[in-house]
Design a protein around this ligand. Structure first.
Ligand code: PLP
Length: 382
């Protein structure tokens, strides 16, 4: 890239409605949000359980801050790993029923770190076509061969596996797909990975806290053990309402990552106060299932309303992520802008985040949305 090429690129992005801009948020995250000093009804947050600004989570954060100060001052391996981080790791491991968990500063970094530590040249990473960018980037960084299989198509994966002569094989999938809201075919993936002696890694960024009878995520749906799914990644910035991520697995895997995952080793530990806040979120998720119940009621109510009252179709998604596929980029942007004029925030998702011709409105539902608020969205969609 030179300056001229950069300018040309920016002009092209504008001309094709693909230019990305940021709005400025002036309030805490919540179903009601202030953006550029104007109030909106928010249908694009990942704060599915309303914990990002929960009084108890805030209080835990403040206590952690009083105890440890703001900055962790060093990486985990030097002396940034506080008792708060350590306790959170133990509680996360217990929550997802795995022997160990390891904190990373973000989900993006967790995926880069794990994949590039586990596979290298001569190995193959198999990825669902619709995996999150961070899983794909982890594959690229590792220098293993990257093979993408058709979305949720275990037959396609199996045929790719059957001709593979790689030393080591790693299968990576989103648990809940972030732009479609559907859930990966986990039982079949478990069968195929164990038959082919491959690693299986599930990124449950959107499932943790929202999916499963007790909110333990997608793996709870199929009761997957650590042998079934040896690598589980979860993020803390979505349903848990804070920031950061973790990888859970058996003792040896976690110890190996501590030695070898570069995005774990060469970075400052997250602030301890974040760890304390997250410990509180986890407690609330465990003890107060009503948030998940509300969320599920909201999802059903929205899907039913979309089918009955609007011209749009709901998809197979039963998760908090409810896409309305429009196709055309301009139409999608236009619809999102019209909703914004009506005081409703719904994001327009465009290529390259989603495949060509599948631009969409991506609605996310939260436990705190009221029926009236969902009605307001449905009326606007009509
Ligand atoms: C959000 C997300 C990530 C990235 O997590 P961050 O903590 O935000 O970096 C990774 N994978 C999936 C599927 C996600 O939705």
């Amino acid at each position: 890239m030179n300056i001229k090429a950069i300018q040309t690129f920016l002009q092209q992005q504008t001309a094709s409605d693909l230019y990305r801009t940021r709005s400025i948020t002036d309030s805490p995250q919540g179903v009601e949000l202030t953006l550029n000093e104007k109030p909106y009804l928010n249908f694009c947050s990942n704060d599915y359980l309303g914990l990002a600004n929960h009084p108890k989570v805030n209080e835990a954060f403040n206590k952690g801050n009083a105890l440890y100060g703001v900055g962790s001052g060093a990486s985990h391996l030097i002396n940034g790993h506080t008792r708060a981080h350590h306790q959170l790791e133990e509680e996360l491991a217990e929550f997802v029923r795995r022997p160990r968990a390891l904190l990373f500063s973000t989900g993006y970094m967790a995926n880069l770190g794990v994949i590039s530590a586990l596979v290298a040249k001569g190995d193959v990473v198999f990825e669902d076509r619709l995996n999150h960018a961070s899983l794909l980037d982890g594959g690229l960084l590792s220098q293993a061969r990257l093979q993408r299989y058709q979305h949720s198509d275990v037959g396609d994966l199996e045929s790719k596996l059957s001709v593979s002569k790689a030393n080591d094989r790693l299968i990576c999938t989103d648990g809940v797909f972030s732009m479609d809201g559907d859930i990966a075919p986990l039982s079949d993936l478990i069968t195929v990975s164990s038959k082919s002696n491959s690693w299986l890694m599930v990124d449950d960024a959107h499932g943790l806290g929202t999916i499963g009878a007790t909110g333990r995520g997608c793996l709870e749906l199929v009761n997957a053990s650590v042998e079934d799914v040896p690598i589980l990644m979860g993020t803390l910035g979505k349903a848990l309402g804070t920031f950061g991520a973790f990888v859970a697995g058996d003792e040896d895997l976690i110890e190996f990552l501590i030695q070898r995952a570069r995005s774990y080793i060469y970075t400052t530990a997250m602030p301890a106060a974040i760890a304390e806040a997250t410990r509180m979120s986890l407690k609330l998720i465990d003890n107060e299932s009503w948030r998940r119940d509300h969320l599920n009621e909201n999802i059903s109510y929205f899907k039913h309303g979309l089918e009955q009252e609007t011209e749009f179709n709901s998809t197979i998604s039963n998760s908090p992520i409810q896409p309305i596929i429009i196709g055309d980029v301009q139409d999608t942007v236009h619809l999102s802008e019209k909703l914004k004029h009506a005081g409703i925030l719904v994001s327009a998702i465009r290529p390259p985040t989603v495949p060509e011709n599948t631009a969409r409105l991506r609605i996310t539902l939260c436990a705190d949305h009221t029926r009236q608020q969902i009605d307001q969205l449905l009326e606007a969609l009509v």
